[in-house]
Ligand binder design. Structure first.
Ligand SMILES: C[S@@+](CC[C@H](N)C(=O)[O-])C[C@H]1O[C@@H](n2cnc3c(N)ncnc32)[C@H](O)[C@@H]1O
Length: 329
């Protein structure tokens, strides 16, 4: 786990809990990293300076774990625009009385104005939290800075999304999910299929993406917007009749587990539509690489993965203009 440490910090104690330090010393020649890519957490030490602020706001927006000590805690409060919330005895990191001066900002940043309160227990729990969230943090640090411009950048593809959703056999009154919904481009088309009596929920792990969807008027009465991991859906078994997922499966660290989870929440006879507005070869070429035989969307990989998870692949199209796979539960 790579933790960007801003300023002077107790290196041995941090490494002892399994965190790999990437140092940034304000005033030294090296520049502050431009993005949070590859960074699993941030420690703002007592010698951190305002030079760190350009990364603290984005870290809070992407819910990157932050531990801020002494002056670093003051900078955290400044970046958050508030003093945070005092931590009660139930705080998972600070353990209540062990850090009576501690405060929390949002769900993932902690400030300890008295640095000595960051004892071994706090550091160990912070390291556990960082490790447990590493995959989520990588997704959020990638998509959060892209969220605000997502809709404008890709609006031209919306007709392709509408055409793809129209291939789903959803009926009025049924329940549909758009997993990894991003700015919610497929949500209006899903609503058109299930009608006012149906249910549409867009699920995304990146808060900023759901904010973009809400800004586009795709929340509220149009669709529910749910911040959740699509591999651990807070839904009962057989809750929905259809799942749409565009540009998602091959971004996931464990696609097989995700297919099983999607099968769990889908009623028998329901369907899954995997979509991308360009074919696999075109996408690979755009990123300057060859199509990988390990691609989870390659038919020889996708078909058995679907079957093992409880799906039957009914349609597979990998054309120059789009990728579409439709499977039945
Ligand atoms: C390539 S974007 C596609 C967005 C949208 N489906 C579209 O086509 O415009 C992938 C989206 O999946 C979300 N995502 C990635 N991993 C996720 C997960 N485990 N659970 C839920 N959403 C996830 C990202 O936050 C991002 O919004």
């Amino acid at each position: 786990m790579a933790v960007l440490v801003i300023g002077e910090a107790p290196t041995a104690a941090i490494e002892a809990v399994g965190l790999r330090i990437r140092p940034f010393r304000p005033g030294a020649d090296e520049p502050l990293p431009a993005t949070l890519t590859g960074i699993d957490a941030l420690i703002l030490s007592p010698t951190a300076t305002p030079a760190a602020l350009p990364l603290v706001g984005p870290a809070l927006a992407a819910e990157v774990p932050v531990l801020a000590l002494g002056e670093g805690a003051r900078l955290l409060a400044e970046a958050a625009g508030s003093g945070g919330t005092g931590c009660g005895a139930t705080d998972p990191l600070l353990g209540g009385a062990a850090a009576p001066h501690g405060f929390r900002v949002g769900a993932s940043a902690w400030g300890l104005p008295v640095p000595d309160e960051a004892d071994h227990g706090v550091l160990r729990r912070f390291a556990e939290l960082v490790a447990g969230r590493a995959e989520t943090t990588a997704t959020r640090t990638f998509f959060t800075p892209r969220a605000a411009a997502w809709e404008e950048r890709f609006a031209y593809q919306t007709p392709a999304y509408e055409a793809a959703v129209a291939r789903m056999r959803l009926r009025p009154g049924q329940r549909a999910l758009d997993l990894g919904c991003g700015s919610g481009r497929a949500l209006p088309a899903l609503r058109a299929l299930v009608g006012a009596a149906g249910t549409v929920i867009g699920v995304d792990l990146t808060h900023a993406m759901l904010t973009a969807a809400a800004r586009e008027g795709r929340g509220g009465a149009a669709a529910g917007l749910l911040l959740a991991d699509c591999a651990r859906l807070p839904l009962p078994a057989a809750a929905v009749h259809g799942i749409f997922a565009a540009g998602l499966l091959d971004h996931l660290p464990h696609p097989d587990a995700a297919l099983r989870e999607w099968a769990r929440v889908t009623a028998p006879g329901g369907e899954l539509l995997l979509f991308h507005p360009s074919g696999r070869a075109e996408r690979a070429a755009r990123h300057g690489r060859a199509v990988s035989p390990d691609d989870p969307l390659a038919e020889p990989n996708l078909r058995p993965a679907l079957e093992a998870a409880g799906w039957h692949l009914a349609t597979y199209e990998d054309a120059a203009t789009h990728f579409l796979a439709r499977a039945q539960r």
